[in-house]
Write a protein that binds this ligand. Structure first.
Ligand code: ADP
Ligand code: MG
Length: 268
């Protein structure tokens, strides 16, 4: 997708309602169990094109597990998931015509650990899936990789291997790699939590730029200020449930539920 979509938070109410209905990802009543343990409990989340949703909550509350359902890295036990009009999960079952490779090309993901290939340079890491998954020529892939490394501020590191890059640089390479498949949406699972604050900052700046460019994102994060400033909505999860979802100021400054208040009093 090349067209720049204005982020929802920059629209007034009227403009906002005009884009209503352009739901990119619709998760309904998603549940996930590991053995007898239900860790995600009937969670709903609809994400509009260009919207940024931050998921916050205590460790072990099911944030990562829920997030991974969106690209079917985690198959839900029940619920319905529709991505860009395509049914991915219906009543907890994956329709046989669901194309998972296509789905994962549409939905990029970045993890806390960067998972770069250590024997490849930064630019080779970004090239790789463009060639193998999209069938781009080497030269087209390379041109796109350099464009993306420039976008994340790492043109100068193109020929450097991950071990010789800082954690913040490695995460930015991982973001460039995910963007190289031209995803419609990005899932980010605590992309800064393995980083020192000053290195986390440069990754957050890249994420903010992505949000401003109109990228649809679901971001699991402990960075409350970032969530407040960048997200259109914040969802608070606890014990596998979506306890509360709303505009950042409301959820962070005037939470409705006691469980949310309790969590925020410790971290914010
Ligand atoms: P969060 O991201 O909010 O910290 P997770 O989604 O990682 O929470 O985990 C939710 C719960 O599910 C935790 O109790 C965790 O131990 C459990 N869990 C996560 N992944 C697995 C797995 N593959 N097998 C068994 N239990 C798991
Ligand atoms: Mg997690």
């Amino acid at each position: 997708r090349n067209g720049v979509v204005t982020p929802l938070r920059k629209l007034d109410r009227q403009q906002r309602s005009a884009v209503e209905g352009r739901v990119l990802a619709d998760a309904r009543q998603i549940s996930v169990s590991f053995g007898p343990l239900e860790v995600v409990k009937q969670v709903d989340l609809s994400v509009h094109k260009g919207e940024v949703v931050a998921i916050i909550g205590p460790s072990g509350s099911g944030k990562s597990t829920f997030l991974r359902c969106f690209n079917y890295l985690q198959p839900p036990a029940s619920g319905t998931l529709i991505i860009d009009g395509q049914v991915v999960v219906d009543g907890g079952r994956k329709p046989s015509n669901t194309d998972l490779l296509k789905l994962r090309r549409k939905i990029g993901m970045c993890f806390q650990s960067f998972n770069l290939f250590p024997h490849l340079t930064a630019v080779e890491n970004v090239d790789l899936a463009q060639i193998s998954a999209l069938g781009r020529s080497k030269s087209d892939a390379r041109a796109r990789s350099m464009e993306l490394l420039k976008r994340v501020g790492l043109e100068a590191k193109a020929g450097t291997k991950p071990a010789h890059c800082s954690g913040g640089q490695q995460q930015r390479i991982a973001i460039a790699r995910a963007l190289a498949l031209d995803p419609d949406m990005m899932l980010m699972d605590e992309p800064t939590s393995a980083l020192d604050p000053e290195l986390g900052h440069e990754v957050l700046a890249v994420m903010r730029e992505l949000a401003d460019s109109g990228m649809t994102m679901i971001i699991v994060t402990h960075e409350m200020r970032f969530a407040e400033n960048v997200a259109d909505r914040i969802m608070f999860m606890a014990d596998g449930k979506a306890v509360e979802i709303g505009e950042p100021r409301q959820v962070l400054r005037a939470p409705i539920h006691e469980r949310t208040q309790q969590f925020l009093s410790m971290v914010f």
